[in-house]
Design a protein around this ligand. Structure first.
Ligand code: CAA
Length: 287
């Protein structure tokens, strides 16, 4: 059961190599999600999907846990970036088919089924997906709701909903064409076939592919680098970059200009440029 942020005390449990040194939280204890802090001084939040018996199928309680974890890290002023990964052979094998099997249309319509998944895109800090294995259906869609996707060479991506007599319901028909183009997305959505990590990289779904034994450490390193910047400026930059997805070019450019101008109202913009002029490293206040 999720506990309040104020109860979330953090203690040091292990220090091995830099990248595997983790600050483990005593709390919150979630049923389907593991939450840890890692990176320099614990400034990276690590969220691990952990429902191994069902290949991390995204049942409703797991999605509730995931949102709890993401919101906790979003509210934690020490955390500058979040890494979301899976466990075992799956990132996530999709929405829970056994949970969906008895549902009907009126129920879906009344409850606006799966609409709460979109809350992920309201997180203001960058979320990096570190995809270890199967990212199928809702699993691929959750990865696409993250800000960037890194993959182990063992990762596989697909939208197999068509094989179940349904269609993607959490962005697969919308985010996938934007990521890889219409023909490739159409092929994936209409055949249900999987693509491997290198194809996903070639097609632009994935930023980079890493060897299976260090893909998580490599992703954490990138998250740690992002977390070393001004958290305020990073959040503004994420919002501006996302405008490229949500709007026409002229509208996106106007948003960018407005947010660019707004950075000149921040202490961190003054500090960043002053540090450059004074030939020193900036000291961010996140203000
Ligand atoms: N939902 C519920 N349970 C799932 C699941 C899912 N999406 N995917 C796997 N599981 C369960 C299996 O039922 C099995 O449980 P049991 O041992 O109790 O039978 C367990 O996880 C292990 O799975 P497999 O034995 O099938 O493992 P495998 O290695 O042989 O195959 C796989 C792996 C190819 C990923 C296969 O499990 C599979 O095809 N899974 C379904 C993938 C899928 O269709 N995803 C889309 C779901 S619909 C969706 O996501 C809609 C949306 O847009 C939001």
């Amino acid at each position: 059961m999720a506990l309040k942020l104020s109860q979330w005390s953090v203690r040091m449990l292990q220090f091995n190599r830099w990248s595997t040194s983790r600050l483990m939280s005593t709390l919150p204890e979630l049923e389907y999600i593991k939450v840890e802090k890692c990176g320099t001084d614990g400034r990276v939040g690590l969220v691990t999907l952990h429902r191994p018996k069902a290949l991390n199928a995204l049942c409703s309680p797991l999605m509730d846990d995931l949102m709890t974890a993401l919101k906790l890290f979003d509210a934690d002023q020490k955390v500058g970036a979040i890494v979301l990964t899976g466990s075992g052979k799956a990132f996530a094998a999709g929405a829970d088919i056994k949970e969906m099997q008895p549902r009907d249309f009126p129920e879906n319509f009344r409850e606006n089924f799966l609409s709460q998944w979109t809350d992920m895109v309201k997180i203001s800090k960058p979320i990096l997906a570190a995809v270890n294995g199967f990212a199928l259906g809702g699993g691929c869609e959750v990865a696409m709701m993250c800000d960037m996707i890194y993959a182990s060479e063992k990762a596989k991506f697909g939208q197999p909903e068509i094989t179940l007599g349904t269609i993607p319901g959490a962005g697969g028909t919308q985010r996938l064409p934007r990521a890889i183009g219409k023909s490739r997305a159409m092929e994936m959505n209409l055949t249900g076939d999987m693509i491997d990590a290198h194809t996903a990289e070639k097609w632009g779904l994935v930023a980079r592919v890493f060897p299976a034994d260090n893909f998580l450490d490599e992703t954490i390193k990138i998250a740690d680098k992002i977390a070393s910047k001004s958290k305020l400026t990073v959040a503004i930059c994420k919002q501006a970059t996302n405008a490229a997805y949500e709007s026409a070019l002229s509208e996106g450019l106007a948003t960018e200009k407005r947010l660019f101008h707004a950075t000149f109202a921040t202490q961190d913009r003054k500090e960043g440029m002053t540090a450059f002029v004074e030939k020193r490293e900036p000291v961010w206040q996140d203000n």
